[in-house]
Ligand binder design. Structure first.
Ligand code: CTP
Length: 426
């Protein structure tokens, strides 16, 4: 990036016209209010790296909420505001933009959310996580596109370094350890030596962060293209052990994650499946502990508990020549994610084949006759009907019947036998 001082042409080439126009309008309003306006943070970094990023963060040296209100009028959009931080989110059509006042932050104790007060842009940039995220671009007419790089962000992009801006950065906000690892692995950068030293020294500060915030960081990691890289690095730096001492980011995990992607919709990170594999080596009670610490959603909690539950059935599933109906019995209560996780994780080829059989075939098998059909031939609704329907389903699974006609014969045979028996005992 030698000599880059103006990003106007990059903005024009890399951002959609709707966002460029919004920034132009915002710049005009800011200037009419006697304020400066800047594009800041990750999007500046990504403009310089030619990476796609549509998450605009605007900073105004003044009232961001007032500015957001004017923009909402122009775009016909809506805003949500956060008075405590002086921030607003503007949404219109399919777009959204974050606006904030330039602010200084102080932390009453490590890991607490910051107390904020109005400040200059220079102070606002200095309180941020890394130099590469602490650049700004001016958005007012006359200065449109001018890069403001006060802390060596461009140099660090060039040298591929993740560098904190001040010594206590990780102490103030230990989630930045996860962020550092995420950027390092995403961009193929390295932690700058002092940053690495501080991270390893301050790693115990992760204990000051709430489970909710750690979960958020973990979810962001799992949404990366290759999360296994960040998890490996997190283990190496002692960050993973802070989440749970028995979690690993090893070769086994890397291989499973890469297989997991093959089972997933392209472009949609399989977060649940990743998490199930990541926690696979933990016991059920350790998993329960992690679920409550991270306050995982009901859906993710179910996936993890299901995965652990199914793990206890793998021995049975590893037996050769199981009847299909038996395989179905063992597996039909589990979610697809838990099934996939176990099929990827098990060392038993037979168990894997049984799970695959269930996933691709058995779970779709239905009998042709319904309760209505059975009613028509005189079988009343009740436990007996339920039993017969189950028997039909089993027979279908085991391919003892393959058509409606054969199902009917099976039912008539069974009813006939029952009638004979009843007459005998009468
Ligand atoms: N930031 C920070 N410390 C944090 C979180 C965020 O200093 N703990 C600052 C950084 O300047 C960051 C900006 O806030 O660039 C916006 O945060 P976020 O949207 O999380 O980061 P992006 O850089 O946009 O990252 P990503 O590419 O992961 O979306």
């Amino acid at each position: 990036m030698p000599g880059i001082a103006n990003l106007a042409s990059k903005i024009g080439k890399q951002l959609p016209i709707e966002l460029v126009e919004l920034m132009e309008s915002a710049g005009l309003i800011a200037v009419s209010q006697g304020r400066c306006l800047y594009l800041v943070g990750g999007v500046v970094r990504d403009l310089l790296l030619w990476r796609s990023n549509l998450d605009l963060d605007l900073v105004v040296e003044g009232d961001a909420i007032k500015l957001a209100q004017r923009l909402a009028e122009i775009t016909g959009g809506g805003i949500t505001t956060h008075l405590r931080f002086g921030t607003a989110k503007l949404k219109w059509d399919k777009w959204s933009v974050d606006l904030a006042m330039a602010r200084a932050e102080t932390y009453v104790r490590p890991g607490a959310l910051p107390t904020v007060k109005h400040s200059s842009l220079a102070t606002d940039l200095l309180r941020r996580d890394f130099t590469i995220n602490a650049m700004a671009v001016e958005l007012i007419p006359g200065h449109w596109g001018r890069l403001i790089d006060l802390y060596g962000g461009c140099d660090d992009l060039r040298r591929k370094l993740i560098r904190i801006l001040y010594g206590r950065s990780f102490v103030d906000d230990a989630t930045r350890m996860w962020r550092a690892i995420r950027y390092e692995q995403r961009l193929g950068f390295k932690l700058e030596a002092n940053t690495r030293h501080r991270l390893e020294r301050d790693v115990s500060c992760l204990d000051t962060i709430s489970g909710d915030r750690i979960r958020h960081e973990l979810e962001l990691v799992l949404k990366e293209e290759s999360p296994e890289k960040a998890l490996r690095r997190a283990e190496e730096l002692g960050v993973l052990a802070k989440l749970h001492p028995r979690l690993k980011g090893d070769d086994w995990l890397a291989e499973r994650f890469s297989e997991a992607r093959q089972f997933s919709i392209p472009g949609v990170p399989p977060v649940g499946l990743y998490l199930a594999l990541f926690t696979y080596s933990l016991t059920s009670s350790e998993i329960e502990g992690l679920i409550s610490y991270l306050r995982l959603s009901k859906r993710l909690a179910r996936v993890l508990l299901d995965t652990a539950g199914l793990k206890t059935k793998l021995k049975l599933l590893a037996k050769p020549k199981l009847r299909s109906s038996h395989v179905y019995d063992l597996l039909h209560d589990y979610s697809v994610t838990a099934l996939t996780a176990n099929s990827l994780a098990t060392t038993s080829t037979i168990a894997r084949q049984h799970i695959q059989l269930f996933l691709v075939k058995l779970r779709y098998v239905k009998s042709a006759l319904s309760g209505e059909d059975l009613k028509k031939i005189g079988i009343p609704v009740g436990p007996r009907m339920k039993e017969i329907l189950q028997e039909l389903h089993e027979a279908r699974l085991d391919m003892r019947v393959t058509s409606r006609k054969e199902e009917m014969e099976l039912v008539r045979g069974r009813v006939g036998k029952e009638n004979n028996y009843n007459e005998m005992v009468r």
